[in-house]
Structures are given as structure tokens and as C-alpha cells.
Design a protein. Structure first.
Length: 501
């Protein structure tokens, strides 16, 4: 098949970051082309450049052999390129028909032709084998139906190339099956489709070709059926299987089996977020969560800390059933949580180091029993010294610290509350080697003190080094649990990549 879209040597530079480095990408009529890569690989930037949301700094883009340079997504639509994003960008309190034709309603003498619009809306949805009442508010329908409406809207502008950015992230298995049936129909209609996702099973189920990006560079383009899963995983993560050898510290299996179970989850799950799973976490144990981005690691952590409410299953703590309906409830059980995005979910940037450190402990006691300023300074200075936080003093605004030191402040916040279980989601992302080593040592020392730790990291070497047991995640479900001597990165990658039973 001839290339409909050709992107040649496309580059994009942001201040201090080369987001795209001379990337080549092609798309053909009548194919579904998966665009793969870990977080920061350049997928979103490539889509933004293609659709005119960001100007490119180098290279050229050809559509049907003609050079194009869209200056906005609306420009891209004019030449036949439409995008449907992960978050449905429609108006829930308007009807389905109104959403389909928002901004381009059929009119006569300045008045909207409602009957004609409703008829055309029904015809557009029939193309996707979706038959619903188009006069009902969009918000009354499921996320899956809203996703179909967004696709129908994108197709109604004489589209040649349809870009789907994580379209299945909020869908259950049945809804994904229905969406894929629609995509296959569109493929038969000679539409070109770019499919951005993190779900390996879905890529192998529906795509024809795969392009892999890593750190803004093209790693390779492959026919899907010719690329084994383990090779795809290795290309995405930048680690060849032969090089994945790391030593695991000695573990006393007999001693581990005698540790008291702190938390026990049975059939815990949340529709659209993570499939039901079983998990035990013992005192003095580090449980590592391993998997690609989007595998369900963070979703599991959010359920365990009560940020999201489970709609199936149950949790027991010290053998008694509990309902973790909120982070406040988890904190009352002496749980702590360091989120992946420390900038927006971790630090309070305009507060001082002292104020950030005492935040969780003060919240657990209530603001009626406020700590004295002297006690706050004692706590803050203790953890500044203990964690080697490079701050001028405890009154320095936390936003002025480096990323690694901000991460240490968040850790200090939870350590000050003396947690029994500490959940760490990517605690070493984006920080320097020295700070990484400090945090890894801290995790192991907490284990020695009898505290339980859930440790999430995209760097498999870290998971292997720190974890007593490793829970392997893929496509929003727990697929295996590894323990014992000799576990290495190769074992984890092989488990992630293997086909579903």
C-alpha cells in the first residue's frame, strides 16, 4: 500500500528539551498503525505537530504527496486529518446531534434546521453501527457511547486520516471489543488510522503496523505480526533482553513467609480503571509494582490509598475488614502516599519546606490540635538532616528546591506521620543519581524497621533491587507475582510480554 501520510525528519524543540529528533513516520490508507512508546517518548508531540497544535521546527509532512503545514487542528481538519483524544472533548449537557454538529449546524435563513441535523446525526452514527436517540443529552450515555460520538464527529468532516489518542483508557473489555469492530469497518472503508495506546494486547489485536518512539527518536517501524511482544517491550524501554541482568540482594524466604500480613485485598477492582486483583502486603516487606505505562500500577495504588473507590472486592487491615473510602480514612490507618506527579499532586509550591513536611501529620490530628511553631521546626529540621534535603533552611519555599529535594520533602511529610504502609509511585522519576540512591536506601531502611512499602517504578532495575515480591501488571490487570532468588529484569519483561492465557 502506498503511503498516504509521510513525515520526514520532523523535529520539535522546547526550552531545554528536544521532544522530536528527526523522526520519520508514515501512514497508509486501509491500515491501523499503532504509535507506541513510554512516557516522554514523543508520541503526543508528534500528534500535535501533525495536527497543527504545535509548529514543527524541522522536517516536512506530506499528505497524498502534497506538502502540508497546518497551523491549528482546524487547519488539519480542512485537509482531512481529525483527532479523537483520550478525554472526550464534547459538551455533556447538549444533545448527541448538537455535539456532532457543534459550530457547523445546518441552517436556513439563520435558523437551525433541527430535523435535518438530527437526521444527519443518526446517519453519521449508523456508519459506526450505533443506533441511539440523538436528541438525548450526550451526558446521559456511557463513556463508550460518548467516545463513538466523538469519532463520528471526527469522521463527518471528510476525514482521510483518523488519529485516536488512548481511546480505550476508560472502556471495559466489551466496549473495547465494540470499538475495535468499528475500527475494522473504517479500515475496510480505506480510512487511515493512527492508534496511540499503551495496551499491548490491544495493539496485537487490531493494528497492522507499529512505530516505536523513545526519547524523541524513532526506534523502528515494524509489521505487527513480525514483531514479538518481548522485542516490542524491549524497544519501548530501551533495554535489550540480553543486557537485562541485575543482581538481587539475598532474601530470606523462610523469614519472609513468617511476616505478619498488614493489608489483604481480595477481588479489589474498579470498572474502567483496573481489573479485580488479590494482594497481600506484609509488615517489613517491599512489594514492587512493575509494568509499562498504563498497565494499572497507579490505579492499584490509588485504590489502596482510598483516592479512588473500589466497586468490587474488599480490603482487610490486621485481619479486620475496612472501607478505604477516602485518603483521610487511609491516613487514619497510618498509610502514606507519594504520588507520581509531585508538582501538581505532591508539593504545595507556595508553602515552605516546614509547612509541606508537617502537612500530613497535622491533618491526621486535626487543626484544633495544632502543632506549635517550635515543634514544627524541630520536625522539619530533623528530616532535612535525616534525608539530606538541600534547603537553605526550613522556611525556604519548597518550589525553589530541585526536583530531587522536593521528592525528599514529600517523603519527609509521610515519614513524620510514622506510616505503617508507604505507597511510593515513581519516587525517583526525574531526579539525579545521588537522590535516587538516597531514596532507594530509605526504602530498604523502612523495610528493616518493619514498615510495609509499595514501590512503583518504570525502571525495572529499581524494582528488582528494592522489592521482596514483584507484582507484574499489564493492560490494567495483575498478571503475575514473582518472588524468590534470581529474579531479574529479564523475568519481568518476559512476564509482561507473554501472551494472555
Amino acid at each position: 500500500m502506498a503511503e498516504m501520510l509521510e513525515m520526514r525528519g520532523v523535529s520539535k524543540v522546547f526550552p531545554g528539551v528536544r521532544a522530536l529528533d528527526a523522526v520519520n513516520f508514515t501512514a497508509r490508507r486501509g491500515e491501523i498503525h499503532a504509535l507506541m512508546g513510554e512516557n516522554g517518548a514523543g508520541k503526543s508531540t508528534l500528534i500535535k505537530v501533525l495536527t497543527g497544535a504545535e509548529p514543527r521546527d524541522g522536517g516536512e509532512v506530506l499528505l497524498d504527496g502534497q506538502p502540508i503545514r497546518p497551523r491549528s487542528p482546524k487547519d488539519a481538519q480542512r485537509v482531512g486529518i481529525s483527532t479523537v483524544y483520550q478525554e472526550v472533548n464534547l459538551v455533556p449537557n447538549l444533545s448527541v446531534a448538537e455535539n456532532l454538529f457543534l459550530g457547523r449546524q445546518p441552517t436556513l435563513l439563520g435558523a437551525i434546521r433541527w430535523r435535518a441535523m438530527n437526521r444527519r446525526a443518526a446517519e453519521a452514527l449508523n456508519r459506526l453501527n450505533l443506533r441511539i436517540d440523538v436528541t438525548r443529552d450526550l451526558g446521559t450515555y456511557s463513556i463508550a457511547v460518548q467516545q463513538m460520538v466523538a469519532i463520528a464527529r471526527a469522521l463527518d468532516v471528510k476525514v482521510k486520516l483518523l488519529i485516536l489518542d488512548e481511546p480505550t483508557s476508560s472502556l471495559d473489555a466489551g466496549e473495547v471489543h465494540e470499538l475495535f469492530a468499528v475500527l475494522r469497518t473504517l479500515r475496510e472503508q480505506r480510512l487511515g488510522i493512527i492508534f496511540v495506546t499503551h495496551f499491548l494486547d490491544q495493539v496485537y489485536e487490531v493494528s497492522d503496523r507499529i512505530t516505536v518512539l523513545r526519547n524523541g527518536k524513532l526506534v523502528g517501524e515494524h509489521e505487527t505480526k513480525a514483531l514479538p511482544r518481548d522485542q516490542l517491550v524491549a524497544k519501548m524501554m530501551g533495554r535489550e533482553l540480553a543486557a537485562l541482568v541485575s543482581e538481587r540482594p539475598a532474601r530470606d524466604e523462610a523469614q519472609a513467609a513468617q511476616k505478619r500480613v498488614l493489608l489483604s485485598a481480595r477481588k479489589l477492582g474498579r470498572r474502567g480503571a483496573i481489573e479485580p486483583f488479590d494482594l497481600d502486603i506484609a509488615e517489613g516487606e517491599v512489594v514492587g509494582l512493575a509494568g509499562l505505562l498504563g498497565s494499572g500500577r497507579t490505579e492499584m495504588a490509588r485504590l489502596l490509598f482510598g483516592i479512588d473507590r473500589a466497586d468490587t472486592g474488599e480490603i482487610s487491615i490486621d485481619g479486620r475488614p475496612v472501607h478505604l473510602t477516602s485518603p483521610r480514612r487511609a491516613i487514619a490507618e497510618r498509610f502514606g502516599f507519594c504520588p507520581e506527579d509531585r508538582k501538581t499532586q505532591g508539593i504545595i509550591p507556595d508553602l515552605t519546606v516546614r509547612e509541606n513536611i508537617i502537612l500530613a501529620l497535622q491533618a491526621s490530628k486535626g487543626f484544633i490540635r495544632a502543632f506549635s511553631r517550635r515543634r514544627q521546626l524541630e520536625l522539619a529540621n530533623h528530616y532535612i538532616k535525616a534525608l539530606s534535603i538541600a534547603a537553605r533552611d526550613a522556611e525556604q519555599p519548597v518550589k525553589n528546591l530541585s526536583g530531587g529535594n522536593q521528592q525528599k520533602v514529600i517523603l519527609a511529610r509521610w515519614l513524620a506521620s510514622d506510616p505503617r504502609l508507604l505507597i511510593l509511585d515513581e519516587p525517583t522519576r526525574g531526579i539525579d543519581v545521588g537522590a535516587k540512591a538516597d531514596i532507594q536506601k530509605l526504602v530498604l531502611s523502612l523495610c528493616e524497621q518493619g514498615k510495609a512499602v509499595v514501590f512503583i517504578s518504570s525502571e525495572l532495575e529499581e524494582v528488582v533491587r528494592c522489592g521482596d515480591r514483584i507484582v507484574v501488571m499489564r493492560d490494567r490487570r495483575k498478571i503475575d507475582e514473582l518472588s524468590g532468588e534470581g529474579i531479574d529484569e529479564h523475568d519481568i519483561l518476559r512476564t509482561i510480554a507473554r501472551a494472555s492465557a
